[in-house]
Design a protein around this ligand. Structure first.
Ligand SMILES: *Cc1c(COP(=O)(O)O)cnc(C)c1O
Length: 452
């Protein structure tokens, strides 16, 4: 046993050391090497060392190096060293985080981490929270709570009686709503074609004047941190409008919520704390390992009402049973990594990490503009959207940059224009990485443009 773990440890260290000297996206050879796994399931037992060696030899090179310093794809954080360590210890513990009885320590750490986060984000003290697999499930959980409470106020028990013949709920989203909100809504019985979409401005922000009439049977989904531009919907204005008529406001802030940890950036999120529920990811900007999302809800009874399968919570249970607040029953101890990150960074460390990423995004944008390329968004956060010319040119440049290997960033379409989306979300990225990446991007882009 200890030999095997030692083997894994050595391989893990070697993997980390290899990250600086390999292409960020796996090379064609590495991808071809995955055919090593096309074997029949062994009929008899094999050596665990050999199994681990196979995984490392052909698996490690085919990974995307998103724990390295120059991965700028999607919105993907890296992994703080402390969270790598807590995650290893958590795996060793192999706790089931469903109940206090299945793991007192997981239930305890969840409570502590949630209290710290509620304070960090400035949410009302009575806010409840829970750990789920990511922002998609956090959106699902929060919107289930919203559905529960709005219908309960009309005398309808949706968990018991379902949605058939229930009073109708109106759901309002912005035109730039994240697809995971649409997925969550559809799983809750709110079909895509029935949503009311509100137009957005040139940064992708909802235009409050164009909202429909809101009432006590409305859920408004706003966004803090657009996946392309990083822009925030005007939370204060929308929350005030919604609450004047008894509507519920849900905020998808998968990465944007972390701006609230910084005095410099918090004004972007003015009014977020007025909402009823919030979604965020820890595996993005807090830089903890996958998978790790968090849901917050101002109305604990709504979250319990939607997620609890027994009424025991009504009898003032002293212990917090996480399964009463989330869709899953058995689940991993993901809160340990969140707690480890928060305890190690402290408030100032979280704030510094977020501000540093935003400063590096501005460095990216300045370098690309100076080289003559078009930055399409106001770089208010950690996101940069850049076009290298018309759509076919931009597509060719993106492909060439991805193949060159110094960095990886993906493709998007922003307000009708094909563009590269750059997200600076890793604790490990330094100014030197931005310089190195800019040098590679500008060189490759100019080569592609000259050859066309
Ligand atoms: C990433 C993201 C999501 C989905 O998050 P997962 O953790 O992948 O489920 C939802 N909303 C926004 C704004 C995001 O950036």
């Amino acid at each position: 046993m200890s030999d095997l773990l030692h083997d894994a440890y050595q391989r893990a260290l070697a993997y980390q050391h290899s990250l600086d000297n390999r292409a960020v996206f796996p090379s064609p050879e590495a991808l071809a090497g995955m055919s090593a796994f096309d074997e029949a399931m062994p009929l008899t037992s094999q050596s665990p060392h050999e199994t681990l060696a196979l995984l490392d030899t052909y698996g490690s090179p085919a990974t995307v190096a998103n724990t390295g310093r120059r991965y700028f794809g999607f919105v993907t954080g890296g992994m703080l060293p402390i969270t790598h360590a807590t995650n290893w210890l958590a795996t060793t513990w192999d706790q089931n985080g469903a109940l206090y009885l299945t793991s007192p320590i997981v239930a305890k750490i969840e409570t502590v981490a949630l209290r710290w986060l509620i304070d960090l984000f400035g949410f009302p003290a009575q806010t409840a929270g829970a750990f789920v697999s990511g922002a998609t499930m956090a959106n699902f959980t929060a919107l289930a709570a919203a559905r529960h409470l709005l219908l309960k106020r009309q005398g309808w028990d949706v968990e018991a009686d379902g949605l058939f013949n229930a009073p109708e709920i109106k759901v309002v989203v912005g035109d730039e709503v994240h697809i995971s909100v649409l997925k969550a809504l559809s799983m809750l019985g709110f079909g895509r074609n029935r949503l009311i979409r509100v137009p957005v401005d040139e940064q992708g922000r909802m235009i409050p004047d164009q909202m429909p009439y809101l009432d006590a049977m409305t859920i408004v989904c706003i966004q803090s941190g657009n996946v392309n531009s990083g822009a925030f919907d005007p939370a204060k204005e929308i929350c005030e409008k919604a609450h004047a008529h008894g509507a519920w406001v849900h905020v998808d802030a998968a990465f944007g919520l972390w701006a609230l940890a910084s005095d410099e950036l918090a004004p972007l999120g003015d009014g977020i704390a007025l909402a009823d529920s919030w979604t965020t990811d820890a595996h993005k900007w807090l830089n903890v390992p996958y998978d790790s999302g968090i849901v917050f809800c101002k109305h604990e009874e709504a979250l319990l009402g939607a997620m609890s399968t027994n009424a025991a919570y009504l009898t003032a249970s002293v212990q917090r049973d996480p399964a009463n607040l989330v869709p899953e029953f058995s689940r991993c101890a993901r809160a340990l990594d969140v707690w480890g990150a928060l305890r190690t960074l402290g408030k100032s460390g979280v704030s510094q990490m977020i501000e540093q990423n935003c400063a590096l995004a501005r460095l990216f944008a300045d370098g690309l503009s100076q080289a003559g390329f078009s930055v399409l968004n106001d770089v208010v956060l950690n996101q940069v959207v850049v076009a290298f010319g018309d759509a076919p040119t931009t597509d060719a440049v993106i492909k060439a940059i991805q193949a060159e290997g110094t960095l990886w960033a993906g493709r998007t379409v922003w307000q009708g224009r094909t563009a590269m989306r750059i997200s600076v979300s890793s604790w490990a990225t330094t100014p030197a990485d931005i310089e190195q990446s800019l040098e590679a991007m500008i060189r490759v882009a100019n080569e592609v443009i000259a050859s066309r």
